[in-house]
Design a protein around this ligand. Structure first.
Ligand code: PLP
Length: 377
């Protein structure tokens, strides 16, 4: 059993994927070109946003957004304490200071009520609060109506880190369209993944979109050899775009539906166990980047992981360490979190189970039975 089964996906889609790769090889154009342009248009249409700019990975996507906003030394950006390192790393890498705020246990996403205290803490330390990074962790969109309200009230820009969220929605509005700027990652194991690295940035704001296109191509001005600002080299390559176009069709046609059915299946099988299961509110759709359960304590979580491994079931701990405890942030961060925070508790108790649109029902049933046996004898 695989934690995320990319082999079966390739078995199902290989004819179209091979054909798409062959077309790029025959065209001789490996950077930019039609596949990239068409994919950007397809993504923008799907999300209902005006601009989509693809780039080399989800980390660059976040960094490019901060660069477009001119965020740098003297600025502070609020980041959830429970997320992948990138969400905070990009803040430090543009020279600003991350302020780590706690998350809610029932959504794993940032607690909108903590935004104001984050702003106060930044001001107290002499930094200018500029933005909030909201993460759609494990595929579930964050609570954007409350987060947006706080951002508006406190004069903050909203950056949606949708690296895990692509495909989710709240009502009619899709994840990766909630931020002033939103981003995603096409890392292979993501809800929509390529066969290497890839990322994208989404916004309705034309000025920011232009700046991002410039920053992503060495700060280009009127053309590639006219460089008017210091940028970076961050592009989605043509082969990856052509693969993603095939995978995106499958994602829309059946994969998103399939992961939701698998999540439901898990929840039916595990509802009588002592585990806390992920719950998605009515009207919200998750893209189920992960199906993550919460054990009663650290000992139980570690035992489950160990015993499941012994019977051939791979699991992962996302994430074992709060952001505020990462050594990299030791000298340059502000935190509202400590060992008693929800984040710290989650780091000790979460366990992500195998998930993905090609996960077999038999495997879900086996995992359910093993967990029943391990928890309740
Ligand atoms: C929440 C989150 N943000 C950002 C990233 C960065 O994406 P990438 O690996 O494409 O740079 C990831 C990837 O794991 C992620 O999970």
């Amino acid at each position: 059993m695989e934690f995320r089964d990319l082999h079966t996906q390739y078995d199902v889609l290989h004819k179209e994927i091979d054909q798409a790769i062959k077309c790029v090889l025959a065209s001789g154009q490996f950077i930019g070109g039609d596949p990239v342009k068409t994919f950007e248009k397809e993504l923008a249409d799907y999300l209902g946003v005006k601009h989509c700019i693809t780039c080399a990975n989800g980390t660059d996507a976040l960094k490019l957004a901060l660069m477009a906003w001119g965020i740098g030394p003297g600025d502070a950006v609020l980041v959830p304490d429970f997320t992948f390192f990138s969400s905070g790393e990009v803040v430090s890498s543009v020279g600003a200071v991350p302020v780590f705020i706690d998350v809610l246990e029932d959504s794993f996403n940032l607690d909108p009520k903590k935004i104001e205290s984050g702003v106060k803490a930044a001001l107290q330390e002499g930094f200018k609060p500029r933005a909030v990074v909201a993460v759609d962790l494990f595929g579930r969109p964050a609570d954007y109506s409350a987060i947006k309200q706080e951002c508006k009230r406190l004069g903050l820009l909203l950056l949606e880190d949708g690296a895990q969220g692509f495909g989710g929605s709240i009502g009619e509005k899709k994840a990766c369209s909630f931020g002033d700027i939103s981003t995603t990652s096409f890392f292979p194991a993501k809800p929509l993944g390529c066969y290497g690295d890839g990322g994208a940035i989404f916004t309705d704001n034309e000025e920011w979109a232009k700046l991002i296109r410039s920053y992503a191509i060495h700060g280009k001005g009127s053309m590639k050899y006219d460089n008017i600002r210091i940028g970076m080299n961050s592009r989605l390559d043509t082969i990856q775009a052509s693969i993603l176009r095939v995978k995106f069709r499958a994602f829309r046609d059946f994969e998103l539906q399939a992961v939701n059915e698998r999540a439901e299946h898990y929840s039916e099988l595990l509802c009588d166990t002592s585990l806390v299961l992920p719950k998605i509110p009515d009207g919200v759709i998750s893209s189920w980047a992960q199906y993550t359960v919460i054990a009663s304590n650290e000992e139980e979580r570690n035992r489950l992981q160990h015993e499941l491994k012994n019977v051939g079931v791979p699991t992962m701990v996302y994430y074992p360490k709060p952001m505020h405890e990462q050594k990299a942030f030791e000298d340059s961060s502000i935190t509202l979190c400590d060992k008693s925070s929800t984040t710290s508790r989650l780091c000790r108790t979460v366990l992500s189970l195998p998930m993905g649109p090609y996960l077999k029902n038999d495997d879900i049933e086996r995992i359910g039975k093993e967990l029943m046996r391990l928890l309740h004898g």
